[in-house]
Ligand binder design. Structure first.
Ligand code: WAQ
Ligand code: MG
Length: 270
């Protein structure tokens, strides 16, 4: 990849004012057409047919691009939603996030986080102590953009993930997003699960714990999901935080470690 010649692609699909699907890539010019086509195909394959698909292509020009190594990956083998959520809660507590803040987050993700109880297009930002929602737009949230794997790093990570039984594109996409987000100034930890009705996995992520997956964080067929960015209000500069997440390009140039899944007892014994 020639870092001097890269495009950011963002895809947003909606039906009425409902968010249906979205994705973001950074690609070199020779991959632009095929990447756009793949994103349009993805939007059209959703159960809810979008009535609008917006694809934005921007030349990153002279914008400086940061490079990162992906977070380490581990799957904690919790057997169901209740044990999964309580293990996620335990990890978030260990990172200093308050009980109240976590309870608010779980409640919002379980019940649909927009004012009328639907999924957001972007993420919520929650104060890790008081549990207050801080993102400027509660309907939309903050959409992280301008991040991707380099071709070489993508090859390496897909190989490593496959070797631990993880073959779905959602895992490497979420890992790239979580890696960018974990390095945001003022960030403490992220909690996420998918809004795909048949994709029940989710994760907790931070630089110190890495990307910790749980196979089941919601019930099968539940169409609700989302992302929470827990922040440290004392060090957070909201404008700089949002600027980083939306506009500062990040390429993941290296994979971290990918561990085989572990039983919860073993994970927490360390
Ligand atoms: N920026 C901020 N929030 C986002 C973004 C983004 N770029 N993309 C999605 N979201 C929010 C939005 O509210 C979605 O409704 C929600 O996250 C879920 O998005 O196997 O697939 O694309 O390790 O459904 C996690 C586990 C999968 C993967 C996450 O998210 C694994 C996933 P989805
Ligand atoms: Mg997505």
């Amino acid at each position: 990849m020639d870092k001097n010649l890269l495009y950011s692609i963002r895809m947003r699909a909606s039906s009425g004012n409902r968010h249906v699907s979205g994705a973001e890539r950074i690609v070199s010019p020779n991959k632009l057409d095929s990447a756009v086509q793949a994103l349009v195909t993805r939007a059209r394959c959703k159960k809810v047919a979008p009535d609008k698909i917006v694809v934005t292509i921007e030349d990153l020009g002279n914008i400086p691009i940061s490079t990162l190594t992906a977070l380490d990956v581990v799957t904690v083998n919790t057997p169901d939603m209740t044990t999964g959520r309580s293990a996620a809660l335990r990890i978030l507590r260990s990172l200093g996030i308050s009980q109240e803040s976590i309870a608010t987050a779980l409640d919002l993700l379980s019940n649909g986080a927009t004012p009328d109880g639907r999924n957001m297009r972007g993420a919520m930002i929650i104060d890790s102590q008081e549990g207050k929602r801080l993102e400027p737009d509660h309907e939309r949230g903050v959409r992280v953009s301008r991040f991707d794997w380099t071709d070489e790093a993508l090859d390496t990570i897909t190989g490593k993930l496959a070797a631990t039984g993880l073959k779905h594109f959602r895992t490497h996409e979420a890992l790239a997003l979580a890696t960018k987000v974990a390095h945001a100034p003022g960030m403490v930890a992220e909690l996420c699960w998918s809004d795909e009705p048949d994709y029940t996995a989710g994760y907790v992520a931070s630089p110190s714990i890495g990307y910790v997956r749980f196979p089941i964080l919601k019930l099968q067929e539940d169409p609700r999901g989302g992302r929470i960015f827990f922040v440290d209000r004392n060090t957070l500069d909201m404008d700089a935080f949002i600027h980083y997440l939306q506009l500062e390009p990040v390429l993941i140039v290296d994979s971290g470690k990918c561990r085989h899944s572990v039983e919860p007892e073993r994970y927490f014994a360390n």
